[in-house]
Design a protein around this ligand. Structure first.
Ligand code: GLU
Length: 489
């Protein structure tokens, strides 16, 4: 039997990290079994639809390397792959369930249902199950609004097996006669998932834990049609902390959010693979090839995972280090261009300086520049702060115990450093500073420290004194040395 898995997102314009993880596991499992991976759009909840949401899904999946064999935009033998285009299929199957008594027409008005709940009912009371079928059909034919509900047994229990949760038993009393076909004629998830997974030949259903407790209802439907249910793999949730799920409400939670925050797709996919699965050898940094070779269902986590952005940052930093300077610049440039105070600088050179220090591309500037993508507990750091903080220069900044420098030493050196810079700016600057230290009989570090503080007002910069001078340009470097002299005189 050929393994077939699917990813079935609702096109809400937002591909949640949890969804991306489901897609990744479904892809990995299918591919390593020599099977097919299918994309299906579950768009029957018309209120949640967003314009270009489908395109966001296609693009994000392809970008992340989750290439599907069949799907809305690539076709396949089991289409259509968009549920709203399969309306008649669901209606035909629902009609079969009506005939077999596994489903029934329900004409209850919104008011009746509201009153029922207001009176304390926790689930639908099967009121319309008692309507004789002929009468119900006549009412439907006369144009009365209706839904179709599943007829779930009132007592007893059902046990099914899940690869992560083991044997799961649910009393039927916990389940409701859910709507299968809504009043707009479209199916609910509760119905469409069964019809589609069967007709599309899905062998393994990998999805979020929120569907675990409804699975007995789906199995009842499989049974009513005489179909074999798929193998179930329900995934534990991804949490933001011990109590809250990772969600849009708490900031970044979609694949695109993390791309926009300056993370690399390979790092994101690597990290989300780890949110619910660990390889036997405990490797933490790996690529798609490694995942394809090592993924296994028994490595899936039995408990929820906590999304740890600090770990994603670390991992991303490891991926960033592997980029060439050109690749780094290509990624960092759009971020640098959003930072006003970086205008006019040689961004390519600045990118070279920042490359080994960035854990995310957004580290190239202050968080105000990337507000839209920030969470409250943002972890980014601003590596170009030094270019925007020159007005903080104060004489005490020259103090460095090991280099034996202070304001007085700076006042002595700075006039020489100004002349030296005017005469040697460029490749000759570094050797000139070395010579100067030798002539004066002081440590090279002392000269470089005074120089760097004088032109940046920052003890920490992403490069040494002469790199900072190169970044600032000759005129600005000299201007700052003179200004610094003014502060210590
Ligand atoms: N449309 C459902 C969702 O987005 C799919 C669940 C499933 O994979 O069956 O959660």
């Amino acid at each position: 039997m050929k393994v077939r898995t699917r990813f079935a997102p609702s096109p809400t314009g937002y591909l949640h990290i949890g969804g991306m993880r489901t897609a990744l596991y479904a892809y990995l499992f299918a591919k390593q079994q020599g099977g097919d991976f299918i994309l299906r759009l579950e768009d029957t909840d018309r209120e949640r639809l967003v314009g270009d949401a489908a395109q966001i899904i296609y693009d994000s999946m392809k970008e992340a390397g989750l290439v599907y064999d069949e799907g809305p935009d690539v076709g396949g033998d089991y289409g259509p792959y968009i549920q709203s285009e399969r309306k008649q299929i669901y209606l035909d199957y629902a009609a079969k369930l009506i005939e077999s008594g596994d489903a029934y027409y329900c004409f209850c008005t919104k008011e009746r249902l509201e009153k029922m709940h207001a009176d304390g009912a926790t689930k639908y009371d099967k009121h319309c199950l008692g309507i004789p079928l002929e009468e119900a059909k006549a009412r439907v034919a006369a144009g009365e609004p209706y839904v179709i509900r599943q007829n779930v047994p009132e007592s007893g229990e059902y046990t099914f097996h899940d690869c992560v949760f083991g044997d799961v038993t649910v009393p039927y009393a916990d389940l409701e006669d859910n709507v299968l076909i809504k009043s707009d004629g479209l199916p609910t998830y509760n119905f469409a998932n069964v019809i589609d997974d069967h007709l599309m030949g899905i062998t393994h259903v990998i999805r979020g834990v929120e569907y675990l407790s409804s699975t007995p209802k789906y199995d009842l439907l499989y049974r009513a049609f005489g179909w074999e249910p798929p193998v179930y793999i329900h995934l534990q949730p991804i949490m933001r902390d011990a109590r809250h799920k990772l969600s849009k409400r708490y900031g970044a939670a979609s694949y695109k959010d993390f791309i926009n925050k300056g993370y690399l797709k390979d790092a994101i996919m690597n990290y989300i693979a780890l949110l619910g699965w660990s390889p036997k050898d405990n490797t933490e940094k790996f690529d798609m090839r490694y995942m394809l070779d090592n993924f296994s269902l028994d490595g899936l986590s039995k408990s929820p995972s906590i999304f740890d952005e600090a770990k994603l940052r670390w991992l991303n930093g490891e991926y960033i280090k592997e980029l060439s300077d050109e690749e780094f610049y290509a990624h960092a440039q759009p971020f640098m261009e959003q930072v006003d105070y970086l205008k006019g600088y040689d961004l390519k050179f600045l990118a070279e300086l920042l490359h080994s220090r960035c854990l995310s591309f957004a580290d190239v500037g202050p968080s105000e520049c990337f507000k839209d993508m920030r969470t409250e507990d943002d972890l980014s750091v601003n590596l170009t702060e030094f270019l925007n903080a020159y007005d903080k220069l104060s004489p005490d900044m020259f103090v460095h115990a090991k280099n034996k420098t202070d304001e007085k030493v700076a006042a002595e050196m700075l006039p020489d450093l100004i002349t030296l810079t005017e005469n040697n700016y460029g490749d000759g600057l570094y050797p000139a500073l070395e010579n100067y230290a030798a002539e004066k009989g002081v440590k090279k570090g002392a000269v470089l420290w005074v120089y760097r503080i004088a032109i940046t007002a920052s003890p920490v910069t992403p490069g040494g004194a002469t790199e900072m001078a190169r970044l600032l340009g000759k005129d600005e470097t000299v201007r700052r040395l003179k200004y610094a002299l003014g502060t210590v005189k």
